[in-house]
Design a protein around this ligand. Sequence first.
Ligand code: ADP
Length: 470
Amino acid sequence: MIFRSIRWRLQIWHGLMMVGVLIGFGVTAYQLERATRMHQVDQELEVRQKNLRQSLREGSREGPPDGPPGRRGDAPPPRHELHLPPHLSRYFSKENSPAYYGVTWTRDGQESGRSDTAPPDVPTPDGVRPEAGTITRTRGTVREAYSATPPGEVVLAGRSIAPELAALRGFALGLLAVGGGVLVIGLAGGWFLVSRVIRPIDAISDTAARIAAGNLSERIRTEEADSELGRLAAVLNRTFARLDDAFARQRQFTADASHELRTPVSVILSQTQATLARPRSPEEYRATLEACQRSAQRMRRLITSLLELARLDAGQDPMDRQKFDLSKIVADALELVGPLGEERSVRWTTELSAAPCTGDAEKITQVVTNLLTNAIHHNRDQGEVRVTVRAEEGGAVLTVADTGVGIAEADLPHVFRRFFRADKARSHGDGRTGLGLAICQAIVDAHQGRLSVTSRPGAGSTFTLRLPAA
Ligand code: ADP
């Protein structure tokens, strides 16, 4: 569980990094401190060791009565005896320098002298050569420096480094305490930072959860608009707004569709109910059946349109893409719709020039027929419909301009909406569904074309269809 949480993963990673850095820093600082202290001790031992060598040389020149250590073949001097000139004994006397001691060996490895401060168990250094210079070693709590003289005697100076080791332990404890403090402060800072970073993510997931539960009007509050999370929240908010809008349109569509279907069903029920209430004449039955038939036809039109829209929405309607001349399709549609115009004495004016484009000719015929029928239906008697087709760069353009009632400015943005009818009362009776332009729009969208409208209320409307050439 912990390892799945981003907060804990970041915190653990941050903690491990800090521990690594602190250990590296601590070990380096400890080694440096130890090296400095040991270097100091070594320098001191070097001085004493040199003094000892000096004293040996002087001793061998003076030749003390009980046998200098440099003379070969003599019996070794007794242990615990210091064979050093008196002026140098202060370096290794219990009174003057209790911490230091010196030991010398003959070239045969026999101990030839030692200070009274020397511990009893100083091992003889092996294989020391004069050219090797001074060698240092640490034995437990003592440090020793030794070297060989040109004749082959070995001289060693040493001292206890217990105080240095104690100081180093103190230094290590200090490092540990400071490192621990830095780690705690760093982890607390990291926790605070991670919490700040995580907070917007928590807010985003909480809001998303509320939206998923059905509250589509919720939005993520974006305080840090410029951060990466702020931008993510802004993108999500736009997506939620679009979803909200889509759901609202879906709800509206379902409500409108139910309402549209309820009307013909109500007509059928009320007609049959009234007719069946008592015996009727054959003419009355016929009239009722005809009313029922009209309602059923209306329902069929509606259901067909709804199904077509659903298929277009789902992208299931296969588009049979082919190259065709838009002017040819418009001419055929005019032939079909022409008689409708004559009924209302509407005059056609056409200006058709070849305009090649690509798409499903049958579906585009449906769009053109719908635009022409609307131009007649919403026209005034003895009005005019002007139809032009021309080619333009990249495609074909059709305009259908009428001299009808026009569309109010407030209605213009809604004419392509499903079930939109400017005059609901008037269009209900004549079998218009308010889905025609919505279907046209869906078909044109599927062709990557454009369908637009301009209108002057009272003077007429102009619908423009643009289709791509390829
Ligand atoms: P309908 O089946 O009601 O005609 P449409 O989708 O074809 O449905 O049209 C929707 C609405 O757009 C119509 O009810 C009408 O108010 C308006 N409209 C469409 N074409 C025209 C036009 N040529 N002139 C004026 N209004 C129009």
